[in-house]
Design a protein around this ligand. Sequence first.
Ligand code: DQA
Length: 143
Amino acid sequence: LPILLLNGPNLNTLGMRQPEVYGTDTLADVVELAERAAAELGFGVRALQTNHEGEMIDAIHEAVGKISGIVINPAGWTHTSVALADALVIPDVPIMEVHISNVHKREKFRQHSYVSPIASGVVAGYGIRGYEFAVRRLAELVS
Ligand code: DQA
């Protein structure tokens, strides 16, 4: 079953958004990197980026029984959304949390995550390579 790759709000602007923090690679680069890493390990990728919380929650419900795991950069919702964290456990598959930046060296409000307590692993501060690590680890967990 494929890996569900979820990217939260504002990540559609990757590449132009605060490049000093998030780098110059785009969301298309992220998806390509994840797809390549997954393919090497025999997995497909279903990718969704959305700026609408309900749309992401609907997509998670939609995916029940159809995915082997979730790689998610919840972006701003990391720090705010009980509803997203509640939805993420519904498919009952491993979850890997990715942050491009090192959230731990940034503002205090970025240091709390609603997703981390339900994640099998968290990658932060490795730029977009974090997605590759997360995909590899997820594949290892579910194989
Ligand atoms: C982020 C970190 C979050 O704090 C922020 O709201 C984002 C991106 C990251 O990838 O570093 O939008 O998740």
